[in-house]
Design a protein around this ligand. Structure first.
Ligand code: PSU
Ligand code: MN
Length: 315
């Protein structure tokens, strides 16, 4: 569409640092803001968000934390903006379907994985990092509650680095659905699809790759073949930070019962369960959450570096 790019750019408020890196074809990692606004309590959320950014920098890439404000996607939040998202109450959680309404309304919006990769794709950032993606919820056979994150993976050309998804979800069904959607799922230096706080979900990753150069080459090949969407790159939480799978199962089962009794549904369910799990583990899950956010961001930074090198080296 003639003029289409211009329209796209008018929706982006890109920080100078991120814009410079993109112009110079240097590595950038996109980051979400739902985890800041809804995933953790203040002031830990600010400290964690800044530590995530530091992990990306330490790996040699530029972090671009994404949110919605003033009718545009902010790509590369300042520390003040991170503080604003961390402290303001009532910031809506924005998934794919909410992007248009919140852009038009002009208010703040916390981006989920789904809406963050929309912005990353528009900005030309090929790598995104999150600790846990949304997925197929337990009981989805009845509720049809399937995160729009999964569907958005078929629309945005962004590699999503994560430590799998939380076992509050049905991870077996999540992997089945990713297969149906044609999304490559790659274990980086791991056999099993990780379960966020826990190193393994018990389900194997369909692919395992031990070098990020191979992952970068796979992304390029996927896109060269005309695939519209992205890929999922999983890497587990480090052994010393990991929580015990069997113990977490009990905690999660209790949290799911409590959510049902309280009638919590829809977009509110993920934040509700995360809070309940954190309380039940007396903060141990929150500590693990911070650790896995940071370790995932480091891998994403390294992948962005490998991808930028691979792109530059390409004939
Ligand atoms: N999982 C987490 N922490 C989070 C989320 C998921 O461990 O904060 C957030 C992410 O932003 C993810 C979203 O994209 O929840 C998924 O929500 P839903 O299932 O409503 O699509
Ligand atoms: Mn849902």
């Amino acid at each position: 569409m003639p003029g289409g790019r211009k329209k796209v750019h008018s929706l982006l408020e890109i920080s100078d640092e991120v814009a410079d890196a993109l112009t110079g074809k240097r590595p950038v990692v996109a980051l979400e803001s739902t985890v800041i606004a809804h995933g953790m309590a203040y002031p830990g959320n600010v400290e964690t968000a800044l530590s995530i950014e530091k992990a990306v920098r330490d790996a040699g890439a530029v972090p671009a934390t994404i949110g919605l404000a003033r009718g545009r996607f902010v790509v590369g939040m300042t520390e003040d903006q991170v503080e604003e998202f961390a402290t303001s109450t009532g910031i809506p959680k924005v998934s794919s379907r909410d992007i248009g309404p919140v852009l038009a309304g002009g208010g703040l919006g916390a981006t989920t994985v789904a809406s963050s990769i929309v912005a990353a794709d528009l900005a030309g950032i090929p790598v995104f990092s999150t600790a846990g993606i949304g997925g197929v919820h337990r009981g989805a056979q009845q509720t049809l509650d399937i995160s729009a994150d999964l569907v958005q993976f078929t629309r945005s050309k962004v590699a999503v680095v994560c430590a799998g998804a939380k076992s509050i979800l049905d991870l077996g069904l999540t992997l089945e659905y990713l297969e149906t959607l044609g999304v490559p799922v790659i274990g980086y230096q791991c056999d099993d699809f990780p379960a966020f706080y826990c190193r393994s979900s018990g389900f194997p990753n369909p692919q395992r790759m031990d070098r990020l150069d191979t992952v970068a080459a796979t992304m390029r090949a996927h896109w060269a073949a005309g695939m519209a969407g992205g890929a999922l790159v999983t890497h587990p939480i480090a052994e010393p930070d990991a929580l015990d799978g069997a113990q977490m199962e009990t905690v999660i089962a209790d949290a799911l019962d409590a959510a049902e009794a309280a009638g919590v549904r829809g977009p509110a369910i993920t934040p509700y369960l995360m809070k309940a799990v954190s309380q039940a583990t007396e903060g141990r899950s929150a500590t693990a959450n911070r650790a896995v956010l940071i370790s995932t961001a480091r891998v994403a930074g390294e992948l962005a570096v490998a991808y930028a090198r691979h792109t530059t080296d390409a004939p």
